[in-house]
Write a protein that binds this ligand. Structure first.
Ligand SMILES: *[C@@H]1O[C@H](CO)[C@@H](O)[C@H](O)[C@H]1NC(C)=O
Ligand SMILES: [Ca+2]
Length: 351
C-alpha cells in the first residue's frame, strides 16, 4: 500500500473516483510486474505443532532420521554434542515446477567463534533418508543442496600450515552456498564445497536472539536464495543462478551433523509455496510443454577445481622425501664404489 500511495503521489494521479480507478489499475499493474502468486502447500510444509511427527506411526508427511528429535517449538537435527547426525525428510515427491521454500532455522551453541560446526543442509533430492558425510546426508546426491556451513575447514587447514588466503578469495564464515549434484559429483568437505559451488555468501547466523530465515526460490529454472538474518524482516540477496535444471518428483529435506565441533541445529518451520505466474492457471496453454529434466545440471557451469593450488598432501610429501633419500643413498653408494675402483686402479698403477 505504501508503495502504491507513493506511486500515486509520484504520478500525480489526483483524487476522486477517477483516481481510485487509476489506483486500481496501478495496483493490478504492480501485481502484474511481480507476476507470481504463492500458494502454501501443506503437504510439503513443516509447521508447529509438528503433529504426528516422531511417533512410530506415519501420521506426518515428515520423517525423522538419526539423532533428530521433535519438541513443541522446533525440530532439533543435532544437539550441541559431538558426532551427531540428524535429518528430517518429506515423504511425498514434489511434482511442482516452480516453488519457494522458506526455512526458519536456528543455529546456536556454546562454541566460540569458528569453534563450532558443522552446519546445515537443505535438500531437494532424488533420494531421501540417507545418512552420510554432507551435513549428515548422503554424498553424490542427485538434486539441489543449500548449505549453511559454520566451520571453515579449508581456511583452518591453510592456517595450520601458515599459509594465508589473499583477501579476494577468503570467505567469512558462516557461509551459505548451493550445489547441484547429478549423482556422481562429490561435495568436497575439506574445501567447504568450493569446487562445485554455484553461488554463495556470508551469513552470520549463530547465537542470534532474533529469528533467522533462508528462502530458496526456484522459478522458471532460475535459482534464487535470499536470507533474512538481521532481524529486520528484509530479504537480502545471496545466490541468483539461471539455467538450473532440476527434475520433478524429488524430495525436500533438511539435515545436519556435528563432529569434534558442535552446535544445536534447529528447524522451526519449512514452508513450501507453489509459485504460479499469471495466466498459468489454465493447463495446456501458454508456451507449451518443456522438455522434462532427468538429470540435474546447471547451464554453463564449470567446476572451479583450479581455484587454488592444492597444497601437497602428507602422503605425496612423504613419497617425494623418500625418493630424495633413496636418490641420495644411491649417489653415495655409487660414489663409494667408484672411489674404491679409483683407489684399486691407482694401487695397480703403483705396482
Ligand atoms: C555429472 O557431471 C560430471 C561433471 O560435469 C560428469 O563428468 C558426469 O558424467 C555427470 N554424470 C551424470 C550421471 O550425468
Ligand atoms: Ca565447512
Amino acid at each position: 500500500m505504501a508503495l502504491a500511495k507513493a506511486a500515486l503521489r509520484g504520478l500525480g494521479l489526483g483524487s476522486g473516483p477517477r483516481a481510485l480507478l487509476r489506483l486500481l489499475s496501478l495496483l493490478l499493474a504492480v501485481q502484474g510486474d511481480r507476476g507470481t502468486e504463492e500458494y502454501l502447500k501443506r503437504e510439503y510444509s513443516l509447521t508447529k505443532p509438528y503433529q504426528g511427527l516422531g511417533a512410530s506411526s506415519s501420521g506426518s508427511h515428515w520423517e525423522l532420521l538419526g539423532n533428530a528429535m521433535v519438541t513443541t517449538q522446533f525440530v532439533r537435527l543435532t544437539p550441541d554434542l559431538q558426532s551427531r547426525q540428524g535429518a528430517i525428510w518429506n515423504r511425498i515427491p514434489c511434482a511442482l515446477r516452480d516453488w519457494e521454500l522458506q526455512v526458519h532455522f536456528k543455529i546456536h551453541g556454546q562454541g566460540k567463534k569458528n569453534l563450532n560446526g558443522d552446519g546445515l543442509g537443505i535438500w531437494y533430492t532424488r533420494d531421501r533418508m540417507q545418512a552420510g558425510p554432507v551435513f549428515g546426508s548422503a554424498d553424490q546426491f542427485s538434486g539441489l543442496g543449500v548449505f549453511v556451513d559454520t566451520y571453515p575447514n579449508e581456511e583452518k587447514q591453510h592456517e595450520s600450515k601458515k599459509r594465508r588466503y589473499s583477501p579476494t578469495t577468503q570467505r567469512i564464515f558462516p557461509y551459505l552456498s548451493a550445489m547441484v549434484g547429478n549423482g556422481s559429483i562429490s561435495y568436497d568437505h575439506t574445501r567447504d564445497g568450493r569446487p562445485n559451488e554455484i553461488g554463495g555468501c556470508s551469513a552470520h547466523v549463530r547465537n542470534l536472539n532474533h529469528d533467522t530465515f533462508i528462502v530458496i526460490r526456484y522459478l522458471r529454472r532460475r535459482l534464487t536464495v535470499m536470507i533474512d538474518i538481521d532481524g529486520k524482516n528484509e530479504w537480502r540477496d545471496c545466490i541468483d543462478v539461471p539455467g538450473v535444471r532440476l527434475p520433478l518428483r524429488y524430495y525436500f529435506g533438511a539435515s545436519s551433523a556435528t563432529g569434534d565441533l558442535t552446535d544445536n541445529h534447529d528447524i522451526v518451520s519449512l514452508k513450501l509455496y507453489q509459485l504460479m505466474e499469471e495466466g498459468e492457471h489454465l493447463p495446456g496453454e501458454g508456451d507449451g510443454e518443456e522438455e522434462e529434466v532427468l538429470t540435474p545440471s546447471v547451464d554453463n557451469f564449470d567446476p572451479h577445481e583450479d581455484a587454488l593450488p592444492e597444497p601437497m598432501s602428507g602422503l605425496a610429501l612423504f613419497a617425494v622425501m623418500l625418493m630424495c633419500l633413496v636418490g641420495a643413498v644411491i649417489a653415495v653408494v655409487i660414489g663409494i664404489i667408484s672411489y674404491q675402483k679409483w683407489q684399486e686402479q691407482s694401487r695397480k698403477r703403483f705396482y
